[in-house]
Design a protein around this ligand. Structure first.
Ligand SMILES: [Zn+2]
Length: 265
């Protein structure tokens, strides 16, 4: 893991523990560590396959094979959504990393120069990620076996949860700039409050890994470090659009999740 700029969030720590949230700039190239060889394409593909297999096996062991298939496909399509936004907004080339037990992460070569681009990149994952429900809907429509709705539930729920403004989730990056636009302390207070609730929920449900993930980000917030790489602030119009897009994404992900839960779908 390359050392990072002191001004950046401690990516070396969180990158490892990122539950799919993290569309963030890759660590800037450090001339002092230039002897570090870049991974070859073969080793990257190999590691990608191994980590995908570990993720699938873990999901399958925890919840069954439909969840495993939904988890792997859901993470992939979600990260592809981030990747498309990263590349089309001039922050690329982006890269996808599969993280066993936690999902995935998309990294980008350049940090967004405006907060609004960061919002769009953050929301692209959960919204595009819903496309992964299509094969599960089709399989359900083709025979009516409700087991396929588990895939829809998992993908919808995963993207919905990801929109919570809790670091390091996408919601923190999507809503953070709008909250900070009101006052930087509003963003910090919301993240600390919801992060605290998240840690409490995770611990009380025995989800200690999730508690550690949120706790690490929360510690960063409590230490007063920046959540995001500084960028041009939102204009009033961009603030309104950001809020609207976040609410729209929540409604969309919520509707998909609900469609899998509703009786007689
Ligand atoms: Zn994401």
């Amino acid at each position: 893991m390359a050392p990072t700029d002191e001004n950046l969030p401690s990516a070396s720590d969180i990158e490892r523990f990122d539950p799919c949230a993290a569309a963030r700039p890759a660590a800037p190239a450090q001339p002092t560590v230039s002897d570090r060889k870049p991974p070859t394409a073969a080793s990257e593909i190999g590691w990608g396959l191994v980590s995908t297999a570990i993720l699938a096996a873990w999901l399958g062991w925890q919840w069954g094979w439909v969840f495993a298939a939904a988890g792997v496909l859901g993470v992939l399509v979600h990260e592809l959504g981030h990747l498309a936004a990263i590349n089309s907004l001039g922050c690329g080339p982006g890269r996808i990393h599969v993280i066993p037990f936690f999902g995935g992460a998309a990294s980008m070569a350049r940090a967004p120069d405006t907060e609004f681009k960061g919002v769009l990149i953050a929301l692209a994952g959960p919204v595009a990620g819903l496309a992964a429900t299509a094969p599960f809907y089709l399989l359900y429509a083709n025979g009516g076996d409700r087991i396929w709705l588990q895939g829809v539930l998992f993908i919808g729920g995963m993207n919905l949860l990801n929109l919570a403004p809790v670091p390091p989730l996408d919601g923190a990056k999507a809503l953070g700039p709008a909250l900070a636009w009101l006052h930087p302390n509003v963003e910090r207070a919301v993240m600390i409050l919801l992060g605290g609730i998240g840690v409490y929920w995770a611990v009380s449900h025995g989800q200690f890994l999730i508690a550690v993930v949120i706790g690490l980000s929360l510690a960063q917030a409590l230490r007063g470090r920046a959540f995001r790489v500084p960028a041009l602030r939102l204009t009033a119009l961009q603030w309104a659009v950001s809020m609207g897009l976040w609410v729209g994404a929540v409604v969309l992900c919520g509707s998909v999740t609900w469609s899998a839960l509703a009786p007689n779908t």
